[in-house]
Design a protein around this ligand. Structure first.
Ligand SMILES: [Zn+2]
Length: 291
């Protein structure tokens, strides 16, 4: 099988036809790679798709495990490259959420002759004007890391997607969730969230996502069930696991008699449980990495 036309189109737009690894512009010389290989059960879902230039694609595909030289690309790393790049390209192209995505400390300095800044309006009395946006780096690292920022971004996207499924206005959903997140953590931009609040922010978003699911449940119970597939596979990718490994975890942790060959085999109840298990696994992994 291969990726659907819609998946490919969405991925090409999300990356701006720039390679997710080396970030060069590819034009037509771009290919869709299966992050988790098809022979290992990788599917044609958008979560498993990463657009790559021909060079990077060859590097990713042709790594010889019998004669390892250098460092091979793992599914987990590819997913991170893809999510980071989509978020960066998205921040450049999406006018509405961009306001929320600006780095925490941006100062606008205006220089020129006879310019007068009054309140929030800039009155320009001459054509000679230089605008410069200065982005300061995080002083002393007291704010969330880029990794946490990426996770927050992905969870917010899940929230917005849930509202799309429920045929709710996604831009209003985006405004609402970003607004509530900033209010909850008392910041003007999400990247200002304190480093020590990293985990609480992730947990808070997971809770908001859980709360948003009943909207879909009312709208369409079958879709509601499906709405768990994407987040479960997202966590699976985050852990660098294959589908088979996920199904093995599902069978053992949910104490099922029959082996699992698809998430469709699971009841609604078990899907919810499996989702919680996978969230806990990611948290466990993160704790191990940071200790
Ligand atoms: Zn490349």
């Amino acid at each position: 099988m291969s990726f659907s036309r819609e998946t490919v189109e969405d991925a090409l737009v999300a990356c701006g036809r720039l390679c997710c690894i080396c970030h060069k512009f590819c034009g037509v010389r771009i290919e869709m790679h299966h992050i988790s290989p098809q022979h290992k059960g990788g599917d044609d879902s958008p979560e498993n798709c990463i657009p790559l230039c021909l060079d990077c694609h060859a590097e990713v595909e042709h790594y010889n495990t019998n004669h390892p030289r250098g460092r091979k690309f793992t599914p987990g790393e590819l997913t991170k490259h893809r999510d980071k790049w989509f978020a960066m390209v998205g921040a450049l192209n999406t006018p509405v959420p961009q306001v929320e995505e600006l780095p925490s400390q941006v100062s606008l300095s205006v220089s020129g002759t006879n310019n007068m800044v009054a309140g929030r309006d800039l009155h320009v009395t001459t054509s000679k004007i230089v605008k410069k946006t200065v982005v300061h780096t995080d002083p002393g690292g007291k704010h969330i890391t880029n990794t946490t920022a990426r996770k927050i971004h992905a969870l917010v996207q899940e929230y917005i997607d849930n509202h799309k499924v429920a045929e709710k206005d996604p831009s209003r959903a985006a405004q609402r969730i970003w607004g509530r997140l900033k209010k909850e953590f008392n910041v003007t931009a999400y990247k200002e969230i304190a480093l020590e609040d990293s985990e609480r922010a992730i947990q808070w978003l997971h809770a908001e996502l859980a709360k948003s699911r009943p909207i879909i449940r009312r709208k369409d119970p079958a879709l509601w069930k499906k709405s768990f597939y994407k987040p479960i596979y997202a966590r699976t990718n985050e852990l660098g696991m294959s589908k088979d490994e996920l199904y093995a975890i599902a069978q053992s942790r949910l104490a099922l008699k029959k082996p699992v060959s698809s998430l469709k085999d699971l009841t609604q109840n078990n899907l919810e449980k499996l989702h919680r298990i996978m969230i806990a696994e990611v948290k466990k992994r993160d704790n191990q990495e940071s200790s």
